[in-house]
Design a protein around this ligand. Sequence first.
Ligand code: PGA
Length: 250
Amino acid sequence: MKSLVFAANWKMNQAPADAALFMRTFLGQYTRQNDRRVLFFPPAVSLHAVVEAIHDRADLQAGVQNIHWEDSGAFTGELSAGLARGAGARYVLIGHSERRHLFGETEADTAKKVAAAVRAGLTPLICVGETLPQREAGETLAIIRRQLHAALEGQDAGVVASVLVAYEPVWAIGTGRTATPPDAAEAHAALKAELRELGGGERSGAVPVLYGGSVNRSNVAGLLAVDDVDGVLVGGASLDAEQWLAIARS
Ligand code: PGA
């Protein structure tokens, strides 16, 4: 049986009071299932509300959506991995397509952020994905393997085996379009191959690779049925507690 990961990326939504209300609704109806973890990525100001709500549930964890690569210092407006860890985060999204495409995050930045996360004891959830022109040019597998390779450049096998990865085609994020199960299967298999190569073995081949991009309660089961899809990273559909419950139970 697969060990599944369901990750909610709330992006720039859910103030602390909204997050607390969401968590009350969710926790009131979600019973622990041993085959899965549920991760929440609230905006940083709402992290505390989520951490407080889930405090003793090992199957539920919280993370932040971004970090700076320096450990501390004069970086106004930035959040370090250590600060996030101190506030209760256990995970961090790195290389989300919105960071790459709206905020100019480079592949070199993702490598520095992975290193910073590891130093502080946060688990990176590394996001990769091709744009529509790249897909149409037949570059999908080369692009996503390169992004993953760059983010994990210089890390030892132990680190490679400890991360999570998400395949999120840029054209599928927030658009209502999803990769077909065969497309997802091909991309996920390529990422698993890259992970085995980077980590030099079976342990890194067992790293969970999630699918993301317009996942909802209607299409989630079909995506999870794909062999190498170990979970989902969900934006829009994770903002509604009832829909998120339906997804996290699928
Ligand atoms: P979406 O976002 O589910 O709204 O497409 C996914 C993501 O950006 O992680």
